[in-house]
Ligand binder design. Structure first.
Ligand code: KIV
Length: 296
C-alpha cells in the first residue's frame, strides 16, 4: 500500500466519495498534527461499508464486534479468522476511499509471533484490508513489531480490551486508579515504540485519554474515552440503534433502525395477510391476446 499523502480536504463531504482520495496511515498522522479529528466506524457488509464510505469517513474497522452485533454471540471470542475474512472482503468491495482495518480475532495473534504475522498478512492478501488492529499492550509488543516489520500497518487497542473480558471480570472501564492509569500510559508508549501507527483507547477516563493523546506522537482513536482523543470510533450497529440487546453508556444513537425494521416487517406481514401486497404495480402482466392464445 502506498503511503503517499492523500488527505480529504473537507470535513463535510457527506456524499462526495467520488472526489476523495484513498485515506492512508500517513493521513492519520497528519490529521493529528493539524488537530483535525479522525473519524472511524465499524462495518461488516457491502451496503453498510458503501454508505459509510460515501458519507466521507476516514477509516472503516471490520471489528470483531461482528461476533456480537451480527453473529449474536455474547462476546467477541468465538469469531474466527475465516469469518472475519469473509466480512472483510464484503467491506472491501463496498468502500474505496476509507482506510480499511481488519480486526485480528481472538487466538489469531496470541499463540506465536509467526502466527500473528501470517494472520495479519491474510487480512491484506485475502481480505482486502489496508491495516490490522490487535488488542493488548506490552504483552503484544513483539507481535506488533513483527507485523510492522512485515510491512503491515498495525493499530493497537488498550483500555477495555473485549477479548480479555474474562480476565477483566466483565466489560468494565479501565485505568480508573493512578497505578492502572500509569500502566496504560506505559502500554501506549510501548506500542508507539513497537511501530503501531495508531491506538484505540476504549473505556478509559477522559482526562487520562487526553493525557495519553498529548504524550504520544501516534493518533489515538477513542471509544468511551472522551473528546480529548485524536479521533473517535463507534460500533455502527450501536450508532444506528440496530443492536437492541444493550447500549453502552458512551454510545450516541443517531437512529433507531431496530424499531424501524420491526415496523417495516410487521407492515409487510399485515400487507401479505390482508392481500394488500403485491398490488398491481408490483405485478408482471401479459397482454389479453397472449393470454387468450395461452388458454386455447
Ligand atoms: O471490534 C470492534 O468493533 C472494536 C471497536 C470497538 C474499536 O474493536
Amino acid at each position: 500500500m502506498s503511503t503517499v499523502m492523500q488527505v480529504p480536504t473537507s470535513t463535510s463531504q457527506h456524499s462526495a466519495s467520488t472526489s476523495r482520495k484513498k485515506v492512508t496511515t500517513l493521513a492519520f498522522r497528519q490529521k493529528k498534527e493539524r488537530g483535525e479529528p479522525i473519524t472511524m466506524l465499524t462495518a461488516y457488509d457491502y451496503p453498510t461499508a458503501m454508505a459509510i464510505d460515501k458519507a466521507g469517513i476516514d477509516s472503516i474497522l471490520v471489528g470483531d464486534s461482528l461476533a456480537m452485533v451480527v453473529l449474536g454471540y455474547d462476546n467477541t471470542l468465538p469469531v474466527t479468522m475465516e469469518e472475519m475474512l469473509h466480512h472483510a472482503r464484503a467491506v472491501a468491495r463496498g468502500a474505496k476511499t476509507a482506510l480499511l482495518i481488519g480486526d485480528m480475532p481472538f487466538m489469531s495473534y496470541q499463540v506465536s509471533v509467526e502466527e500473528a504475522v501470517r494472520n495479519a498478512g491474510r487480512f491484506l492478501q485475502q481480505g482486502g484490508m489496508d491495516a490490522v488492529k490487535l488488542e493488548g499492550g506490552r504483552d503484544r509488543a513483539d507481535a506488533v513489531r513483527a507485523i510492522v516489520g512485515a510491512g503491515i500497518p498495525v493499530m493497537g487497542h488498550i483500555g477495555l480490551t473485549p477479548q480479555s473480558v474474562h480476565q477483566l471480570g466483565g466489560f468494565r472501564a479501565q485505568g480508573k486508579n493512578a497505578s492502572a492509569a500509569k500502566r496504560l500510559l506505559e502500554d501506549a508508549r510501548i506500542l508507539e515504540e513497537a511501530g503501531a501507527f495508531s491506538l484505540v483507547l476504549e473505556s478509559v477516563p477522559a482526562r487520562l485519554a487526553e493525557y495519553i493523546s498529548k504524550h504520544i506522537s501516534i493518533p489515538t482513536i477513542g471509544i468511551g474515552a472522551g473528546v480529548g482523543c485524536d479521533g473517535q470510533v463507534l460500533v455502527t450497529h450501536d450508532l444506528l440503534g440496530l443492536f437492541d440487546r444493550f447500549t453502552p453508556k458512551f454510545v450516541k444513537k443517531y437512529a433507531n433502525l431496530h424499531d424501524a425494521m420491526n415496523k417495516a416487517f410487521a407492515e409487510y406481514i399485515d400487507d401479505v395477510e390482508t392481500k394488500r401486497f403485491p398490488a398491481p404495480e408490483h405485478t408482471v402482466e401479459m397482454s389479453d391476446e397472449e393470454w387468450e392464445t395461452f388458454l386455447k
